[in-house]
Each structure stands twice: as structure tokens, then as C-alpha cells.
Design a protein around this ligand. Sequence first.
Ligand code: PA5
Length: 483
Amino acid sequence: MVEQKAKAPLKEEPTDVLTLDYNNLAAEVVGNETGLSNDDFARMKAALSLAFKDVESRYRKGLLPFMDLPHDQEIVKATRKLAELGRKKKFENVVVLGIGGSALGASAVFTAVKALNHNELPQNKRNGWPRLIVADNVDPEGFATILDGLDLKNAFFNVISKSGATAETMSQFMVVYDQLQRTLGRSAIRDHLLVTTDPENGVLRKIVAANDFASLPVPPQVGGRFSVFTAVGLAPLAMVGVNVPELLAGAAKAVEDSHKPVAGNKAYLFAGLNYILTTEKKRGVLVMMPYADSLAKVADWFGQLWNESLGKATRLDGAPNPHCQTSIKALGVTDQHSQLQMYMEGTEDKSVCFLGVENYRQNVNIPPIFKEHEELSYLGGHSLGELINFERQGTARALAENGRPNFSLTTPKITAFNVGYLLQTLEIATVVSGSLYNIDPLDQPGVELGKKFTYGLMGRESYSSFKEKFNKGLSVKKKYIVA
Ligand code: PA5
């Protein structure tokens, strides 16, 4: 057990938006073996100074266009129109057909910002806004269930695919197109459809042009997982009443803050701390653990951002990349009762990032009853808001006591502004991490091969060699199976 010293120098100055507290990473708190020493912090600072120069110079050269998105007035205008369309009460359900970077951003912001039960409420209790359904899987049962629950007359579909070639999204689109055509007639399809895709390329763009469908562009230089502040995320969010200007204002503030010197810069510190944990402390796993149901999907979104960006075999200098940090998701407090044991005593390869909320939008008081039972009487008179926050703080402290490094990002309240700030900070942190590891965080070469096998297996002619390769793999496997 490690004794905590009184001084606590590592807490960031509290701001109104996001606080980063990394006390529980310091050697003086978690012990020398797993904690960061003064030398580690000095190494981190030196590495971050180089990364700062690199990222700032790439930003100035226009190579990081995702950081300019919060100032895109065109998209603000477009979303205003979509918000009006959502407001007309013509549509009961807005359905996103998209996957990965074309789905997770909208899902994360929607779940964070709107009421948790938005989709369950009747229209008058939703202030007239439609529901948002993000159909990001092709499980036939799941998709059929979504379709069965819709009345096509008042459903609006936003098909989102940057490439226009993603098998899952395009299959969903083909199913929906066919159903709209059969039910409402071909000419009615355009009233129920918005296509978000590359401004020029891809088959989806051709279909838009041929049918005069409404469409919005995905900026070609912005990758899927960095696209939440493009039409990809903003169009469906606007249609269900998310305050887009406020969300973008938060993102813009995060960009502004990222230009500040490294010492007080949360995006850089988040990247730097994780870099030192991974490279010096063998913490190859980062558990992202929000203590709020509203932020659960933010952890999913972050999982894609971090894993697809940083899981790279090769560095930019051509050498193998020896260090990758995997992000996994846990939800507080629920997963304290399912995963925490592993984080407390399991393999020493993890650090935990708590995502905290100081003030929940609703609170529930625990009544002061059962006073005669000592096991329960301490709960009465408190609130669930207090309980969840004490559990987060208590768990962080317990991990630290056990020599398990952890840190916290805390926001005072969930608002569109604060969520915009959080997501943009994490996107910038991801690019800073790419610079620290000397890898390209903006590509994803590893996901292509699986797609090629799928194309081959589904009978796409130009990929038939992958079907042959696949079948060859099966026969080799058969040879070694012992009956
Ligand atoms: O981050 C990414 O690039 C991926 O997750 C893509 O967003 C995902 O594969 C969907 O691609 P697309 O938008 O081209 O359909």
C-alpha cells in the first residue's frame, strides 16, 4: 500500500469546461514502480514540446483540417435548414444508415446531449423533435426490428458513407430504397432521404446526381473518426434538436486552447501522459470509464478514435512501431461490479481514465428511511448524484492505493458546448499521440483486408481472388482439425 503525501501539485486549474487531474499517476501517489517520476514528467514535457512544434506546423500548413471544422459556416447554415425540417413534425424518426466514423459521432453526441429517454418519449414531450435511430449494424434481426418499428410515411433516412462503398451501409441503403419505392413510390423517395458522402467521388455520389437526391458533402480530407463536426455528425444531430452552434463553439474553444503552451494544455497532456504510461510503464491498455450513462457512447466513439488511429504496425520512418495503446470501455458504476477486479489486481498493463460529471442534469434523493439499520442509514439524505461521484472518486483512490495508475477528465455539466470541447480535445490528443509515436494517426490500412474478403465472399467480381484465398484457408484448417 502506498501512502499518499499531502501535496497535490498535479491538478489542472479548474476551468468551466474540463478538468484533467493526474495526481493518481504520480510516483509519490501510486508508487515508484507504476507511477510517473519527475524524470518521466520531464521526458513527457520534452517529447510534448517536439510534438507541439510538429502539430502546430502541420495545422498551419492546413494538414489537420478537422481542427478548422468548428468554424465552417456553410455547415451551420445547412444544419439550420435541417433543424427546421426536423421541427416541422413531419418526421417521427430520423434513421442514420452508417457505420464506424459515419455513425459513432452522432451516436455519442446524441446520447450525451439529449435526454436519455428521448426516443421513448411521445412527440409532444420531445418538443416536437424526431427520434434518432443509428442503424450501425447489419445484424438482420436488429435491422429488421428497426424497420418493423417505422412508419415509412414519417421516417427520414440519412445515409452516410464517405466512400460510398461500405458494404454494410450500402446494403442497408438498398433495402431502404427498395422499401420506400414499394411503399411510397419512387418519386417520394427524395422527400425521405439525405445522402452524406464525398462531394465528387463514389457510387453514392453518382446515385445522388442521377436521382437529384438531397445531399451534403463529407470533406475529403477529413477521416471518418474525425468527422463528427462535419455533416456526418451534425446533420442528424440538427434534425433531432441538438444545438449545433453551441456544440461547435465548444469544439472551437478546444482548438483555441490547444494552441496554448504545453503545460496547461489538456489535449497535449492527455496524449503525453498516455504516451509515457505506454512506453515507460508498459500500460498498453487504456480503460475509458465514464461515470454517466450519457457519456457511455462517448467511450465507444473514443474507442474507435484511439484504436483506429494509434494501432499501427509501422512508424513514419519505416521502423516497426513497438508501442500501441488499446482503449477499452467500461461504464461506472455498473462495471465496478464486473470489471474492476481485473483493473485492481489483474495483469499490470492498464491505466484507467475516469470521465466524470460534477452536476448531473437530474438528481434523485435517497430518502432518510430505514434509520434503524446501520447498513442503510448512511445512505438516506444523500442523492444518487453524490453516490455516483463518491464511487468514482473512491474507485480512483482505491486503484491508486493498489499502485494502479489512473487519471480523470471531469466536466462540470453535460452541455452541447462541453461535449464539443471534450470530443475535439480528444481528437487533438489523438493527433498529438501520432506525433509522439511517430506514426500516421489519420490512416487505417489494417481494416482494408477484411473488407476485401467480404467483397470476395459476397461475389464481387474484381475481388474473386479473395474468395479463393479464403477457401484455401479453410481447407488448410480442415487438415489439422482432429476429429
Ligand atoms: O474511421 C473510419 O474511416 C471508418 O470507421 C469509416 O468511417 C467506416 O468504415 C465507414 O466508412 P464510410 O463512411 O466510407 O462508409
